[in-house]
Design a protein around this ligand. Structure first.
Ligand SMILES: C[S@@+](CC[C@H](N)C(=O)[O-])C[C@H]1O[C@@H](n2cnc3c(N)ncnc32)[C@H](O)[C@@H]1O
Length: 227
């Protein structure tokens, strides 16, 4: 078994029969969504499933600009029960923090029970991303905004939140589900349209990655907030 650090704190492990990506478990022994644990040397790694996490899918589809680092502050829109958030929590480590917003009580309750009770770097925020001003008493300025809302006005919601919370030259990672915008049009058309909305509001687009075959009709946009 060999381990290669593909990005800071994101590892590629060669298991002989297959290659996987993983993060180093910040809370050894704990798992969050049934993921496999692998011990190599002194480290315990959590296997990161690209069929369960769009960020893992983007990495495996060749993401070049990995903008989430140790110590980063992250606002996560659409955190759900915390599958992807748990890996971002490994990456930002003890010095970083994630504020995870969701408006659905059930997944947020799971996030609290399974993740934020164990991980001190994750704060659940019960809120609606359409009204970002309502959680301003809980969320500070952040370095990265990650959004996975599966909503028709996804790019506009990112802009609204970025204007309040994202530091200048901060990064956004936005998962776009084309069927949530319009199921009758070509996904590529919708991805470009969502990227154009971000551009119009002062973002520079660095990458647009199609997430198939891991996620059908999904793409990930990586952009920098230059406004
Ligand atoms: C595709 S799921 C997110 C999966 C999660 N990002 C992961 O990788 O583990 C989308 C989530 O966005 C939430 N959501 C959708 N619209 C929202 C809004 N306006 N405000 C807050 N949460 C929203 C849904 O409740 C749902 O939990």
């Amino acid at each position: 078994m060999s381990v290669l650090e593909r990005f800071p704190r994101v590892f590629e492990i060669d298991l002989k029969d297959r290659k996987i990506i993983a993060t180093l478990n910040l809370t050894p022994g704990a798992t969050f969504y049934g993921e496999q644990l692998i011990n190599i040397g002194d480290g315990e790694y959590r296997v990161w499933n690209p069929y369960r996490s769009k960020l893992a899918a983007a990495i495996l589809k060749g993401l070049k600009n990995f903008t989430i680092n140790y110590g980063c502050k992250v606002l996560y829109l659409g955190v759900a029960s915390g599958t992807t958030c748990s890996h971002i929590s490994d990456i930002v480590g003890e010095e970083g923090h994630i504020w995870g917003v969701d408006f659905a009580p059930r997944p947020l309750r799971e996030l609290i029970e399974n993740l934020s009770k164990i991980r001190v770097n994750v704060s659940p925020v019960f809120g609606d991303a359409r009204h970002p001003e309502r959680y301003s008493h809980l969320v500070p300025k952040v370095d990265v905004l990650y959004a996975d809302l599966a909503q028709p006005d996804q790019a506009n919601l990112v802009v609204k939140n970025a204007k309040i919370y994202l530091a200048k030259r901060g990064w956004v990672l936005v998962a776009i589900k084309s069927r949530s915008v319009d199921a009758t049009r070509k996904p590529e058309e919708i991805y470009s349209e969502q990227a154009e909305i971000l551009k119009k509001h002062g973002f520079s687009i660095l990458e647009l990655i199609n997430l198939e075959p891991y996620e059908k009709d999904h793409a990930m946009i990586i952009a920098r907030f230059d406004a």
